[in-house]
Design a protein around this ligand. Sequence first.
Ligand code: TPP
Length: 320
Amino acid sequence: MTSDTLKRLYAKMLRIRRIEETIADAYPEKHMRCPVHLSIGQEAVPVGLCDQLGVRDHIYSTHRCHAHYLAKEGRLPEMIAELYGKVTGCCKGRGGSMHLVQASTGMMGSSAIVAGTIPLAVGSAFAMAAEKSKLVSVAFFGDGASEEGIFYEALNFASLRKLPVIFACENNQLATYSPQSARQASTDIAKRAHAFDMASATVDGNDVEAVYRASEEAIARARSGKGPTLLEFKTYRWRDHVGPTFDYHVGFRSKEDVEEGMKSCPIESLEKKLLSTGAMTAADKGRLEDEIKRELAAAFKFAADSPFPQTSEIFNDIYA
Ligand SMILES: Cc1ncc(C[n+]2csc(CCOP(=O)(O)OP(=O)(O)O)c2C)c(N)n1
């Protein structure tokens, strides 16, 4: 991979990390009155995959959707405004953190119903195939979602029709506070594709280069009409399942466990590589940090200055 590509991936991961850290820091101010599920530690997956998608390719996400929205070039001010419940938010302030949608950038939906968006991604791929468009649809979901029946129905239909869809499982080894090994008879999620004659791979989800390469292959397979791929990215969630802090108090993992997990930080490892090869200097990194800070300050100001929706609009944009 060229150093330009690596620097771009690094910058995207760092930006998402800083955005989520800022959300965590600002959360106690109570301007964001929705639950937040942070992806801190998991940035390599959305960045390595979405970097190779075009604006017309579709992605679908979950309750943990900030990183997906941002990696797909979702606009930051509209995301923060959405978290503030403001009318300028990407869902007019009606969705909050778990329901980020921005059709213009190909972020087609996210939902708190575990596995709920997997069939929607298959539906997009069905339409893309019918239109012979060479577009790709991606379903991001967690290891917990792979326990839902709809996951298997979606795999079957996608493989049967050779649809251009990528099932991107972010296996952070936890569903709320329950470890994967306590819930699943086999923890090898990628292997489940075999039952449907589907291509699959297990990938180090903390290594953005590995994510990029595996995604490149899956995207090429989808665009050339050869069908879906199930990618299982092994990664690690640093913060609490929900909320801005950590979850040591819950008792299922210790501070030491989390510190061990943090050693595979996708950003730190790439940063070391870029600095040691001279592809990036400390001054370059400083400039990047300053740029992100300025962007964040402007986005939070935009959210704070925006109006709330009018009560009279409450029945707009709903099915009834
Ligand atoms: C259908 C359904 N069942 C249960 C829940 C409650 N719930 C919310 S998040 C979550 C865990 C999801 O774990 P995973 O899919 O691994 O995603 P992660 O939170 O690790 O990103 C559960 C069980 C829900 N929202 N929807």
